[in-house]
Ligand binder design. Structure first.
Ligand code: NAD
Length: 353
């Protein structure tokens, strides 16, 4: 017997190759005429190309997006949006740039378009994490959900193989935790299983041949579904651990997800047997945590917290912070067990369950 709640989120998605060329007609549909284009400094060139293709409707470019959405950066971008009389933003980039677009939407109510170029999935979520005074706070509000998302496979061809691998594993983490979320429901679980399969097929080919358009398409399609899962249901131990390791110990976002995921899945396996069967089926393996670990290795991605620069003496404190404030998880969160999980992840051991 099924018992579930499902809330659908609004939003339009345009997916394919060369889809950025459809931006002008999408702007007509949305009635937008003065856009602020957002990017990181290294993606300024892509932002300029987008602005050129948009013609007079691109009223300005802000290329100062950085990781973790610091409020000072958002304030500067909002000031520019007001100065140029913008009626919307287009964020071209990964989770950092899309986070800036969300922060602007939260403060101004401006229309928001996202053009994702990584697999992080932020574009499909009503979630915004912002940093102020060195502390990252996350909130969930539909005010930050982009109205339009344009996935253009061509824009992902430049994502370096190493970043493609970790960004893709970051995406898979959303789908894995969606399958055992307390809010899990049949629609989201279908998306999660399909997403893991698409990424597991696409990523190894992307890493081998970053210009393989069909592989890039599989990976981006999977990433879209993973982002939808993240936006639709609550996450558990894995995301909490990564939040702690990134927020309190400064570890890099996608790499940390890659290392921790097999171990978090192993921790939760006993309380999430049905979810693990679906993960394993999507990966084409017998055992889900071992399959996730093998996938990370096959992608030449990092498999230990040690190689990400975490000192071993940080593990006790990380376990303590991660075990505070109990939150829903298929298996109870116990400090000693979390410490053991982190120890294995630090050393790069195989996941144990
Ligand atoms: P990122 O946006 O920081 O991008 C990493 C680097 O890659 C940047 O320098 C960027 O310019 C570059 N880059 C991106 N796409 C490229 C491309 N196609 N070609 C060449 N270079 C490219 O990394 P990310 O992992 O996408 O995002 C991480 C951030 O997003 C974190 O702050 C995380 O918390 C946030 N995030 C938020 C959500 C949410 O729902 N709110 C979801 C996932 C991630």
């Amino acid at each position: 017997m099924h018992t579930f709640t499902y809330t659908a989120l609004p939003g339009r998605v345009v997916f394919g190759r060369g889809t950025l060329a459809r931006l002008p007609e999408e702007l007509d549909r949305m009635g937008l005429s003065r856009l602020l284009v957002l990017s990181t400094p290294p993606q300024r060139g892509q932002a300029e190309a987008l602005a050129a293709a948009t013609g007079a409707r691109a009223a300005g470019i802000f290329d100062g997006a950085v990781m973790h959405t610091p409020v000072e950066v958002s304030d500067r971008a909002v000031a520019l949006a007001r100065e140029i009389g913008a009626d919307g933003t287009v964020a071209l980039g990964g989770g950092s740039t899309i986070g800036l677009g969300k922060a602007i939407a939260l403060r101004t109510g401006l229309a928001q378009i996202a053009v994702p170029t990584t697999y992080a999935g932020s574009e499909m979520t009503p979630i915004l994490g912002e940093t102020a005074g060195g502390e990252k706070r996350t909130q969930r509000t539909v005010k930050v959900l982009p109205q339009l998302v344009i996935y253009d496979v061509d824009l992902t061809l430049t994502l370096p193989p190493a970043l493609s691998a970790t960004s893709g594993m970051n995406a898979i983490a959303h789908a894995v935790e969606a399958l055992y979320s307390p809010d899990a429901n049949p629609v989201v679980s279908l998306m999660a299983e399909e997403a893991i399969g698409a990424l597991a097929r696409g990523l190894p080919r992307v890493v081998e041949a970053p210009g393989d358009v069909a592989a890039r398409s599989d990976a981006l399609y999977g990433a879209w579904l993973c982002g939808t899962c993240l936006g639709a249901v609550g996450m558990a131990l894995h995301h909490k651990l990564c939040h702690v390791l990134g927020g309190s110990f400064g570890l890099p976002h996608a790499e940390t997800h890659t290392v921790v995921l097999p171990h978090a899945a192993a921790y939760n396996a006993a309380g999430a047997a049905a979810a693990m069967r679906r993960v394993a089926r999507a990966l084409g393996v017998e055992d889900a945590p071992a399959g996730l670990h093998a996938l990370a290795k096959r992608l030449n991605a990092p498999t230990s917290l040690r190689e990400l620069g975490l000192p071993e003496d940080a593990l006790d404190r990380a376990a303590e912070i991660a075990s505070r404030d109990p939150y829903p998880n298929p298996v109870p969160i116990e400090r000693a067990a979390v410490r053991a999980l982190l120890g294995r992840a630090w050393a790069g051991d195989a996941p144990a369950h």
